[in-house]
Design a protein around this ligand. Structure first.
Ligand SMILES: Nc1ncnc2c1ncn2[C@@H]1O[C@H](COP(=O)(O)OP(=O)(O)O)[C@@H](O)[C@H]1O
Ligand SMILES: C=C(OP(=O)(O)O)C(=O)O
Length: 396
């Protein structure tokens, strides 16, 4: 949901900077086997136009606008971010980068913090602002118990997409996936009780790189050095999970540069360099948070319970993780905490949480490390030796 102009603004709107033609019901290439649905979005920077054909998924529209911003913002010297953002009681701002389904929307809706936005921001010389005027939450299996802020935001004025509801009572069945797994709701940001409107904040103090590891070998949280932060940002590792993309029915490992490759217009290193400069200037702390599998890979282990991921985010915000005791997590050579309030110590170390044999664990972590190394090969000519050196290490 984009920012809606007020009545007064509409009266003197003038010439639009950019025009979007949304012909979602026009039959284009969508749903044709072997053709990606996003081929139905065409952007012309010269004509300042975007045309969307053949998709009834509102995500195409907002991500199309986001792609436009990924072109214009770096050109203007400011950084577009595929992240959610919130602000603590002391004004400390956090960013949560991540691909679809990794937890940007869920983890940024936090009763103890003000929501700045759930998906698309820009970091300027003054701080962060949201380019949207609402959120676009996943509704599959939504419950008031697990996600009270999002559940409560779905009311008159919100737009539910592809959900099934009882025609008489109008009660929605969030567990019904018969149209798609990717059921959604767009709601104005002010429907989240503790939203910050206008959606602006200062310079981020904490940056969380969200990943959803389907192998079950990345730790639920690790503290990253600046070089490791850049390495993981450029790599953009996650598992695509059933939901946003057609054809993805079970988790599949993928690397998506800057946690948003489909939306990038410039070379990934350009965004990464801008992020590195800003992080250094504002002394931001960077954390890798895995909301994916624990105990074993997909099919054997289970997804890390949301309450543990929330406890980890709380520990980042309370300062508990700044002073915690850390140890090195081999192969990835990242620092993991020994304990966090509310999270069993065993869960913090995937080797201990692993329910299969130690050999299987070693094979799996080495397999993932190899995928990282192979993927990063395409960036080594542009990345600094320090960043390339932050890669996982495979001993023979
Ligand atoms: N440990 C976890 N952390 C975050 N989300 C989780 C976790 N376990 C399950 N989930 C579910 O995964 C989905 C995350 O989606 P969402 O927050 O919309 O991601 P994004 O905004 O990054 O696309 C939600 O449906 C959430 O309930
Ligand atoms: C809308 C999208 O993003 P998210 O799933 O992160 O909301 C998308 O990737 O199409």
């Amino acid at each position: 949901m984009l920012i809606r102009p007020t009545k007064e603004e509409l009266e003197n709107f003038g010439e639009p900077d950019f025009t979007i033609v949304n012909a979602g019901q026009f039959p284009a290439n969508a749903n044709v086997e072997g053709v990606e649905t996003n081929t139905s979005v065409a952007i012309s920077f010269e004509r300042k136009q975007m045309v969307i054909l053949g998709t009834e998924y509102a995500g195409e529209m907002k991500k199309g606008v986001f792609t436009v911003m990924h072109y214009l913002m770096p050109k203007a010297g400011v950084l577009s971010l595929h992240s959610s953002c919130n602000e603590g009681p002391d004004g400390d701002v956090s960013l949560f980068f991540g691909l679809s389904g990794t937890g940007k929307t869920t983890l940024s809706a936090d009763p103890r913090r003000l929501l700045i936005g759930d998906d698309e921001h820009v970091w300027t010389n003054d701080g962060v602002f949201n380019i949207e005027g609402g959120c676009y939450a996943k509704c599959v299996d939504l419950s008031a118990e697990k996600e009270p802020e999002i559940f409560g935001a779905i009311r008159f004025g919100s737009v539910l997409e592809n959900v099934i509801y009882d025609k008489d009572t109008r009660v929605v069945d969030y567990s019904d996936k018969s149209v798609t797994e990717n059921t959604r709701c767009a709601y104005p940001i002010e429907y989240i009780p503790n939203a910050k409107v206008p959606c602006v904040g200062g310079h981020p103090k904490n940056i969380v790189l969200l990943t959803c590891d389907a192998f079950g070998v990345l730790p639920p949280v690790a503290k990253l050095t600046p070089a490791q932060a850049m390495y993981h940002f450029i790599s953009g590792y996650t598992a695509k999970i059933a939901g946003t993309e057609e054809g993805v029915t079970e988790p599949k490992a993928t690397f998506s540069a800057c946690f948003g490759q489909p939306f990038l217009v410039w070379h990934p290193v350009k965004y990464a360099q801008m992020l590195a400069d800003k992080m250094q200037k504002h002394d931001a702390h960077v954390w890798l948070v895995n909301t994916g599998w624990t105990g074993g890979p997909h099919g054997i282990g289970r997804r890390i319970p949301l309450k543990y991921s929330r406890a980890i985010i709380d520990a980042i915000h309370s300062g508990e993780l700044e002073t915690a005791e850390y140890r090195n997590y081999e192969t990835f050579n990242i620092q993991i905490p020994r304990s966090i309030a509310g999270v069993p110590a065993k869960v913090l170390d995937p080797a201990q949480a692993w329910e299969g044999s130690p050999e299987e664990f070693q094979d799996t972590i080495r397999k993932l490390a190899r995928l990282f190394l192979d993927n990063f090969g395409k960036y080594t000519d542009q990345a600094t030796p320090e960043i390339t050196g932050a890669s996982p290490k495979l001993q023979n």
